[in-house]
Write a protein of this length. Structure first.
Lengths: 333, 302
């Protein structure tokens, strides 16, 4: 089957010489949910902006549903749906009015848009609130309204930018269910960004980890976890000055040992069975283990492995921060 | 692959949808609506009634000194006194073109309303950008020019409605119409309001098109609005202004809009001048909305 999205060497440099997206290339297959995982300021939103024709790339190309974003922007716009990170629904209008406004922007005739709007409102369970002003909506309701707006033109490729930013845990899980439901109903391809590892793990069929504008690795969440090659054991010993890495390294089935801030991060096969052997080896050398944990690999570990750090907040442009704060405020409201 | 939707390619569809969104924010919010009407009325009351320039003459009757009266033959004295009291009317007539400053002023307030309404159209594009709405609209196939023109038409429609309300109040409070006035002239007034608000809002939006800071917009607005108002004939005749200011008033579109409105409502119509007014306003509106559309093609997406 054809690819829904083909990106080659896409690059964006802002006027202050900040390279926001640095020669990224990837493809999204027809019908899959593809996730961009990375910290704030990694270039996720900039990538979405370029793919949705809001920003012009400096270099590189992208083919969205068979149309080039630079040469045929209007064809691209017609076949995509976008749910931005911000709550863009107009607060002074009602839910229904907002959806119909979106429909009008695509030039959908009223008789069709009315039918579709009712259907979408039903799916995201907002029918009861459709004539209420959006300012009375909760964060989760707003998110669902945005999802419905984005689907009014029956897009082929659906862009979701941080779909659960600022939502509480329960609402987040509910939102995932709505996304799955909508996907089942309309069968579109989804490209989404997130900085929640759990979200990428739960929703995405394939994930690209992006940092500093570059794609670090791409793969299915399970594949990425397997690529780590085993379980992760972390331990600390009493004598923080000593380095016992060589001792651990000698234990069979230990694949890698890293010492970070007095903690040893050990990659092992069959963690449950290898752990006692490691403990024995350390004890034989006269050291005392003070802390110990064993985890099955999660995307967190994958992330840590590839970027060398946990997901962190990075300084962003004033404008982006303003928008994100506004989103967070409204999500809580 | 992707099946082409049977969507209308009519650019007016999206334009009207976006314009209607802006208008709804106005008329669905009664406080905002009432406040935007009250403000010009306050101005009309303050400038037109409180600062009643005509009263300077009527409240200071010029009494002839007795020594002078004794010199005037008694049979011409009544005519002499009559002529003297006509002086004030003549001064008013020559300065303002009408004997009633309130009438002069309340028509000027129409331009004032237009200026203050259009001025804020730049703000709304800054907010749309900051809140992410603009990005969402940019990702839809709606014509780029429609995004800008929707804001222009919003300002135009608001201006026309507010101008109608202001004129309605002015008539109710005793605006005295000129000899050539017919209700049909009001259509001409609204045409003038249409053109001036189209041009002015295009300017304010063009200034804001790349901006992400509303503070900058506020500064621009503060810088432009009162000078534009005072360097025009909206409140005071330009012919009495100093020479250095004259050229400014000559290129200030508000002068032409106000003059056209006064001709249509208060004065004896001078056809040549009226044609000049409308030509200037037409060119002004066409040039600046064209510039606005060109800028929106070029600069809305970055």
């Amino acid at each position: 089957m054809a690819d829904a999205l083909v990106v080659k060497g896409l690059t964006k440099v802002f006027s202050n010489n900040l390279v926001a997206v640095d020669h990224i290339s990837f493809t999204v297959k027809e019908g899959e949910i593809f996730g961009f995982l990375g910290p704030n300021g990694a270039g996720k939103t900039t990538t979405i902006h370029m793919l949705t024709t809001v920003l012009k790339p400096k270099e590189g190309s992208a083919i969205v549903c068979g149309h080039d974003i630079a040469k045929e922007p209007n064809e691209v716009r017609n076949c995509i749906g976008v749910v931005p990170q911000e709550y863009t629904a107009d607060e002074d209008l009602t839910g229904l009015e907002n959806i119909l406004l979106c429909a009008d922007l695509y030039g959908i005739p009223r008789e069709i848009s009315k039918r579709r709007a009712e259907e979408l409102l039903e799916l995201v369970e907002l029918t009861k609130f459709k004539d209420k002003q959006v300012q009375t909506y909760s964060g989760g309701m707003r998110r669902r309204l945005e999802l419905a707006c984005g689907l009014i033109n029956r897009p082929h490729l659906f862009f979701l930018d941080e779909p659960t930013l600022g939502l509480d845990v329960q609402t987040r899980a509910a939102t995932w269910n709505y996304i799955r439901l909508l996907k089942k109903e309309y069968g579109m391809t989804i490209f989404m960004t997130t900085h929640y590892l759990e979200e990428a793990d739960m929703l995405c069929e394939r994930v690209a980890i992006i940092d500093h504008g570059k794609i670090i690795t791409i793969g299915a969440p399970n594949e990425l976890k397997e690529r780590l090659g085993g379980d992760i054991m972390t331990l600390s010993i009493k004598d923080t000055n000593a380095d016992i890495s060589p001792i651990i390294q000698k234990v069979p089935r230990v694949k890698e040992v890293k010492k970070q801030d007095g903690t040893y991060r050990i990659k092992v096969e069959d963690g449950e069975e290898t752990a006692p052997t490691i403990l024995d080896a350390i004890r034989t050398e006269g050291h005392t283990v003070t802390r110990l944990s064993l985890t099955k690999p999660t995307l967190d570990e994958v992330y840590l492995e590839y970027t060398g750090k946990t997901l962190r907040e990075e300084e962003e442009s004033k404008e982006a921060m303003f928008r994100q704060r506004a989103t967070l405020r409204r999500a809580r409201g | 692959m992707h099946k082409r939707n049977s969507n209308s390619q009519n650019p007016l569809h999206g334009l009207w949808a976006l314009t209607n969104r802006e208008l709804k924010k106005w008329y669905k919010n009664p406080y905002l609506f009432i406040l935007s009407i009250i403000q010009p009325l306050i101005w009309m009351a303050l400038f037109g009634r409180a600062m009643n320039i005509g009263a300077i003459f009527t409240s200071n009757p010029i009494a002839l000194p007795p020594s002078l009266i004794s010199l005037i033959p008694p049979q011409v004295l009544p005519q002499f006194e009559q002529a003297l009291s006509n002086v004030s009317t003549t001064i008013m007539e020559n300065t303002f073109g009408t004997t009633d400053y309130f009438s002069y002023m309340s028509v000027g307030i129409v331009s004032f309303v237009v200026l203050f309404t259009t001025m804020f159209s730049g703000m709304s594009i800054v907010w749309d950008r900051r809140l992410g709405f603009l990005n969402k609209v940019l990702s839809t196939p709606v014509a780029r020019g429609s995004i800008l023109m929707s804001k222009v038409f919003n300002a135009v429609i608001r201006s026309i409605i507010q101008a109608a309300i202001v004129l309605g109040f002015a008539f109710a409070l005793g605006l005295t119409v000129g000899p050539d006035f017919t209700p049909f002239n009001l259509l001409g007034v609204f045409a003038a309001v249409f053109l001036i608000s189209m041009g002015l809002s295009s300017i304010f939006i063009a200034i804001a098109i790349r901006s992400t800071r509303w503070e900058t917009q506020m500064a621009v607005m503060n810088l432009l609005n009162l000078p534009l108002l005072f360097a025009s004939n909206a409140l005071f005749p330009t012919k009495l202004m100093p020479d250095w200011l004259q050229p400014v008033t000559k290129i200030n579109p508000i002068t032409y809009a106000t003059d056209a409105t006064r001709q249509l409502i208060l004065y004896q119509i001078n056809m040549q001048q009226l044609v000049l007014d409308f030509t200037f306003l037409g060119v002004f509106a066409a040039v600046f909305s064209a510039i606005g559309i060109l800028l929106s093609w070029r600069y809305l997406s970055r």
